[in-house]
Design a protein around this ligand. Structure first.
Ligand code: 5GP
Length: 236
């Protein structure tokens, strides 16, 4: 399998073609961004940590019956994935109020949400990823009702599996974002799962252990990602 030209350069990952038309290589870079790319910094080892973390989580999800794009980890910073036809929608489940939900609804950070909430956002930095509903998704042909139902069910399934996994490591899975694509007609989990795209708090102290450390200038970003990985038993 040969790495070919760059297909797409995202804020934290670069996607490359391979000599197989159905497979791509993801390269996890050290770039760390927030506020739709307004704040960007290079954090030493972040690409490697997120690549290894993502590989670990995707394997756990596959074992639980959630099909993911991951094929194999190729190096410290690269993974081979299925080439999905991406749906431009972010699926967010929240177990505790934080982030944009608190700003939007005036809810106090940390309030437990029972049952967890589910939200769709349009993936569009220029528009600051606005919240959309099922009606928008169908009218604008971003996905079908059947695809929406599948994405929603899979996101809740991921919440069940990962809430338990993080809980076993002494952490609360506060919220997370998933992106899906279509592969051979099936809805498959794409993008990545790492502390860049979820919120994790220590169960006892509620210490923030995710990208909010970067967003809020709390420091020790990569050191804390490493602590999360170690608590889960990710081999670094
Ligand atoms: P919020 O809506 O509170 O900003 O984000 C909810 C959850 O989804 C958080 O865990 C956040 O990290 C994740 N999330 C939302 N949008 C994005 C995004 O564009 N990129 C990344 N990496 N994560 C996102």
């Amino acid at each position: 399998m040969q790495k070919r030209d760059e297909l797409y350069r995202g804020k934290a990952k670069t996607v490359f073609y391979t000599d197989n038309a159905n497979q791509l290589i993801l390269e996890f870079r050290n770039d760390t961004s927030a506020f739709d790319g307004e704040k960007v910094e290079q954090l030493d080892r972040k690409g490697e940590i997120n690549n290894k973390f993502n590989h670990f989580i995707m394997q756990k999800l596959e074992a639980a019956g959630v099909e993911t794009q991951l094929i194999e980890r190729l190096s410290d910073t690269e993974s081979l994935v299925k080439k999905l036809d991406m749906i431009p929608i972010e699926c967010v489940v929240r177990n505790f109020a934080a982030g944009s939900m608190c700003r939007r609804l005036g809810i106090e950070e940390g309030k437990e949400l029972s049952p967890p909430t589910f939200e769709f956002f349009l993936k569009n930095d220029a528009l600051h990823d606005p919240m959309v509903n099922e009606s928008h998704i169908i009218s604008f042909n971003w996905a079908t009702q059947e695809q929406i139902d599948t994405m929603k069910a899979l996101t809740f399934k991921v919440n069940e599996v990962l809430s338990q996994l993080f809980s076993d490591g002494g952490m609360l899975l506060v919220d997370f974002k998933l992106e899906f694509g279509v592969y051979e007609g099936r809805i498959v989990l794409g993008d990545e799962f790492s502390p860049d795209g979820c919120r994790l708090w220590d169960k006892e102290t509620r210490k923030k252990m995710d990208k909010d450390r970067f967003r809020q200038g709390l420091g020790s970003v990569v050191e804390t990602y490493i602590e999360v990985a170690e608590r889960l038993g990710v081999a670094l």
